[in-house]
Design a binder for this molecule. Structure first.
Ligand code: 5RP
Length: 219
């Protein structure tokens, strides 16, 4: 089965988590784009939708959904999003699409976080995928120097500006043996807006598309 089919199958499986009256948070990325295409099938079950990016908002609005702000909705019942990596504890690396800050806010606001991905995203230890960090543009060099001291190798995602007007550093070679500790440590660097480790608030459910269908993992 090819990767797109695996992503589409994981997205399809996540529809089961949308119950009547759901306030839904929608993530960002190619896997979530499959979900967005499917959402009209469950339109009558969705009470409200909040989006994690301008890109997802545009796709949702094209399908006739009204996208609310998180401030209007309050906590959400369900957040569905993809990931760049997940370990068995459902701690994630996210931000490949650069939407990590709003994604982390929605994950924090969600009573349940369902992650959808193809099976290549399941790893033993987080960090083979370069870790995205959203930074204030004026602090980019300061944050880079601090990351180098941690033996990470930051690369500026040149030409990319986040929905919040910030920059992204993609960091290779960090040793993320303790994701909760690493998330907190990077968050403490002045100028860091968000680090793409989602360990303090991991996913609750991981739906992994593989050659046999969809495998469900819970912590
Ligand atoms: C965007 C993300 C995405 O969830 C992550 O990059 C996975 O993307 P895809 O579904 O395209 O593989 O964190 O910021």
């Amino acid at each position: 089965m090819n990767v797109s089919d695996k992503k589409r199958n994981a997205a399809t499986a996540s529809l089961e988590f949308i119950k009547p009256g759901t306030s839904l948070g929608v993530g960002t990325g190619s896997t979530v784009n499959f979900l967005i295409e499917l959402l009209p099938q469950v339109r009558d079950k969705i009470d409200s939708i909040v989006s994690s990016s301008k890109a997802s908002t545009a796709l949702l609005e094209d399908l006739g959904f009204r996208v609310s702000t998180l401030n209007e909705v309050g906590d959400i019942d369900l957040y569905i999003d993809g990931a760049d990596e997940s370990n068995k504890r459902l701690q994630l690396i996210k931000g490949g699409g650069g939407a990590l800050t709003r994604e982390k806010v929605l994950a924090a606001a969600a009573r349940r976080f369902v992650c959808i991905a193809d099976d290549s995203k399941l790893v033993g230890m987080l960090g083979a995928f370069p870790l995205p960090i959203e930074v204030l543009p004026m602090a980019q060099e300061l944050v880079s120097r601090r990351i180098l001291k941690m033996r990470g190798h930051p690369i500026w995602r040149e030409g990319f500006v986040t929905d919040n007007g910030n920059h992204i550093l993609d960091v290779s070679d960090l040793h993320i043996s303790n994701p909760i500790e690493m998330e907190a440590r990077i968050n403490r660097i002045p100028g860091v807006v968000t680090v793409g480790i989602f360990a303090d608030r991991p996913a609750d459910v991981l739906l992994l598309g593989d050659d046999d269908g969809v495998r469900e993992m819970r912590v």
